[in-house]
Design a protein around this ligand. Structure first.
Ligand code: FAD
Length: 415
């Protein structure tokens, strides 16, 4: 209800309606069961999305996708996001793991892994984070050693969404013992049946029901045909994979926060205190105004970031969209967290109970600030780009000259 299509094409607006139709068909009991950790993974949800042709929308029709844009995918992701981060994550995984296989995989890998995940018939998971840390990705310690035509993997990955049930994992491992991380990692597809051990299923604050696990590789043998891309060159795969990883996080966060705001608006129009509807208190209605503005701003930024990737991919822009993607992820997830938190405040005590779903939404949405690259890491990337841009030669006006006493160079002391 609080979404809009002002920046979208007619095709994207239609897609939004199509996805809304799918979202309406999802049984609320599925969300409740997931939150009670009663199911291992929402297999039927993924299968239904696949049947409707809603998974992997960006990939070409040849592989079962629709050849749509990043902006279109963001629209779809926002709408799936209203179901919460758990289902949003299951939906997004096809886009994230799919991107790596689509761009860097062999035809055999596309046939064997990409097509089935787009059809919703196989479940994929991505293994980047290790117990020693997720932010320092290039410090990866999981090792792969070549023995004949096989790679032998040893190490472990932590917090792997779908880790418990996935048919295969997209894994990064160190294949050069001495080189710096960005020149030492190689990507592999590893099937669960190859001997991957599931050692821990996490008890989570939110985002339950997606089998988030620690997975362990002890001398797991992976044939060379499962290697994705060139040896020691996984850096470019990682950089590319981070585009869907972070754009889907941004778009899903907008969707996930929207229902909380909608509930709060409805509630504040009914609930009375001191003989008046609480919406008549500015302290309440201004929260509504601020929240809606935050979501609209987050959507506009996410759209801009997605469009920047579309233009970059089409060769129409040379500007690496990484900064905008990082901004969108950081801004949208932070905004979503604040929106849900304020929605809970509007509902008062009853918002803290399970009578309304806001407490679950709050638990879910908190993860947005942490995962797919924490918001601190996003800010690290953004500031880096800001300084880099200011190093470039500029043909803009020199703003320093706009000062009254611009010529007092002797006062411009920096050390
Ligand atoms: C439910 C759940 C699902 C997940 N799903 C997946 C998944 O499917 N696949 C996967 O690979 N990972 C997954 N993750 C992992 C997630 O991406 C990581 O938790 C995240 O990247 C942070 O890594 P970390 O937990 O090791 O924290 P750390 O990297 O140890 O960071 C701890 C804190 O230090 C800050 N920090 C670290 N370095 C810096 C720096 N240079 N500057 C400023 N601050 C810094 C971080 O922002 C953070 O606040 C999931 C996590 C959870 C909880």
């Amino acid at each position: 209800m609080l979404e809009n299509n002002f920046l979208n094409t007619e095709e994207e607006a239609k897609l939004r309606e199509e996805v809304k139709d799918f979202v309406r068909s999802v049984d609320p009991e599925l969300i409740r069961k997931m939150d009670r950790d009663e199911i291992e993974y929402p297999f039927e949800f993924v299968a239904e999305a696949g049947k409707r042709g809603l998974l992997g929308l960006r990939f070409s029709e040849e592989y079962g996708g629709r050849g749509l844009t990043w902006t279109a995918e963001s629209v779809a992701m926002e709408e799936v996001g209203v179901l919460g981060f758990g289902l949003g994550c299951a939906y997004a995984m096809v886009s994230i793991v799919g991107e790596a296989i689509y761009r860097f995989g062999s035809e055999w890998q596309k046939e064997e892994f990409l097509k089935p995940i787009i059809r919703g018939e196989k479940i994929s998971a991505e293994g980047l984070t290790e117990p020693r840390g997720g932010s320092d990705f290039f410090g990866t310690t999981t090792k792969a050693e070549k023995k004949g035509n096989k790679w032998v993997l040893n190490g472990e990955k932590r917090f792997i969404a779908g880790g418990k049930v996935a048919d295969f994992y997209f894994i990064y491992a160190r294949t050069h013992p001495a080189a710096p991380g960005h020149q030492a990692l190689t990507a592999f597809i590893v099937e669960r049946d190859m001997g991957v051990e599931i050692q821990e299923i996490y008890s989570l604050l939110g985002c339950r029901g997606i089998g988030t696990a620690r997975i362990v590789f002890k001398d797991v043998e992976v044939p060379d045909e499962y290697r994705v891309g060139e040896v020691n060159k996984a850096r470019q795969i990682f950089n590319r994979m981070m585009v869907p990883e972070r754009l889907t996080s941004a778009a899903a966060a907008i969707g996930a926060a929207r229902p909380a705001l909608e509930l709060a608006i409805k509630y504040s129009d009914k609930r009375k205190a001191f003989g008046r509807k609480i919406r008549e208190f500015q302290a309440v209605s201004f929260k509504v105004a601020e929240s809606l503005t935050k979501l609209d701003a987050a959507r506009a930024l996410t759209h801009t970031a997605a469009r920047a990737v579309d233009l970059y991919d089409a060769g129409l822009s040379k500007e690496d969209p990484r900064r905008l993607v990082s901004e969108a992820k950081y801004f949208a997830t932070q905004a979503a967290w604040e929106v849900v938190n304020d929605a809970m405040q509007i509902l008062g005590g009853i918002g803290y109970t399970q009578v309304y779903p806001i407490e679950r939404m709050l638990r879910d949405i908190r993860l947005g600030i942490i995962w797919t690259g924490s918001n601190e890491i996003m800010k690290l990337l953004v500031q880096h780009e800001a300084y880099r841009l200011m190093q470039l030669p500029s043909r803009d006006r020199d703003f320093e000259m706009d000062a009254m006493e611009w010529y007092k160079e002797v006062e411009k002391v920096f050390e």
